[in-house]
Design a protein around this ligand. Structure first.
Ligand SMILES: Cc1ncc(COP(=O)(O)O)c(C=O)c1O
Length: 385
């Protein structure tokens, strides 16, 4: 047999986000393409990790995470999400929420299974599903408030469908699924006996008085819901790789085995830092975070409006989809490259979030930037006026 890549490798392409980041570096632009989140790390999180290293917490932890962290997550799930989870059997700390979702897919999906994604979708969700040999089917959400038709969801279900993926608040659209929507999805999931996979990494970034709602907190849904979340965004520690999944013990046990197989555990001292942050940060930390990000959202949306790139003001998360139909180029990649060359601002082409047609006139910009850099980017956008 000749040397060659796996069939799986051929399906996985480099994320457009990383491609634009490389283009941005070449041209010395400001990178609003990647959600790197370069705002400050809260001090209990930092010092918690530093102390753990100094005290010699350097070994493997239990495969599903340090007890201290699992307990802290259980308290947070109870108080913030309204989810009752046993830290001994239902929580698996993983290598970021990305790792948590990968382990979930390995544990619950077979090749040929289908998972429904709401479109525009987050590329890693699609790639992770495809990496385990499953496939996606799609339900289109429509701007400006990213509503979808329940009949489209019903229609997307086939005998091979195993689950529905929710991302709330969503990347890239910023959509925050409301109670009515989640209950309707839950209803369909129960009727058709499907899993609900829900990625809630942006749960603290919900604007304009909206409330984050976790599907697993809704009566009757916890048994079939795998909740994925983490603190990369909330504590600005995207490089630490600490996230988690929450599921019924019969699912969590196997998700935990997969986590052990692939990551062994999340970094031990960093788990300590996250536990300390969860235990010690006051409510005001999360309130202030929201005030700061609301301000960043306003700045970027104002700059986009005055540059003639109408923003779809996000309900949550920290990305804006902007209308670039007035920029030259046959597709969103060419328009994003025009933006990068003319303004020195990198954005992700909208087509990266759609599977077949869609997003041609959109780009996604991230405002998880420190204020000075965001201001420079906003000024540069005015070159388009
Ligand atoms: C929807 C979504 N989920 C997960 C992640 C990654 O999170 P983590 O750092 O916990 O793996 C991102 C990062 O951009 C994201 O947008």
């Amino acid at each position: 047999m000749a040397l060659g890549l796996s069939q799986r490798a051929e399906r996985i392409t480099q994320a457009e986000i990383r491609v634009m980041t490389l283009e941005c570096e070449k041209l010395g632009g400001i990178n609003l393409a990647q959600g790197v989140c370069d705002t400050g790390v809260p001090s209990p999180v930092r010092s918690g990790a530093q102390i753990a290293i100094d005290e010699g917490i350097n070994s493997y932890t239990r495969f599903d995470g340090l007890e201290e962290l699992r307990r802290a997550i259980a308290v947070k799930l109870r108080d913030f999400n309204g989810i009752c989870a046993d830290p001994e059997t239902e929580i698996t700390v993983s290598s970021g929420s990305t790792g948590a979702f990968y382990c979930t897919c390995l544990a619950l999906l077979d090749p040929g299974d289908e998972v429904i994604l709401f479109e525009p979708y987050y590329g890693y969700h699609l790639n992770t599903i495809e990496a385990v040999g499953a496939t996606a089917s799609y339900v289109r959400m429509h701007p400006p408030d990213w509503r979808f038709e329940l009949r489209d969801l019903e229609r997307a279900i086939t005998p091979r469908t195993k689950g529905i993926m929710i991302n709330t608040p969503a990347n890239p659209s910023g959509k925050v699924f409301d109670r009515r929507e989640i209950e309707s999805i839950g209803d369909i999931a129960c009727r058709r006996d499907l899993f609900i996979f829900t990625d809630e990494i942006y749960e603290y970034f919900v604007y304009d008085g909206r409330r984050h709602l976790s599907p697993a907190s809704i009566s009757g849904l916890a048994d079939r819901t795998i909740t994925i979340s983490g603190v990369s965004k909330t504590y600005s520690i995207t490089g630490w790789r600490v996230g988690y999944s929450v599921a019924q013990p019969r699912w969590a046990e196997i998700i935990g085995h997969m986590n052990d197989l692939i990551y062994v555990c999340a970094p031990a001292p960093l788990q300590c830092g996250v536990a300390r942050g969860m235990n010690e940060l006051p409510r005001s930390y999360y309130d202030d975070l929201l005030v700061h990000y609301t301000d960043k959202r306003e700045r970027l949306c104002r700059a986009l409006t005055s540059a003639g790139l109408t923003p779809c003001v996000p309900q949550g998360a920290y990305y804006v989809l902007a209308d670039v139909s007035r920029l030259p180029g046959a597709n969103s990649k060419q328009k994003a490259m025009h933006l990068l060359r003319e303004c020195g601002v990198a954005a992700v082409p909208g087509e990266a979030f759609y599977h077949a047609g869609g997003g041609e006139n959109l780009v996604r910009l991230c405002y998880a930037k420190d204020d000075a850099e965001l201001d420079v980017a906003c000024r540069r956008l005015q070159r388009l006026r």
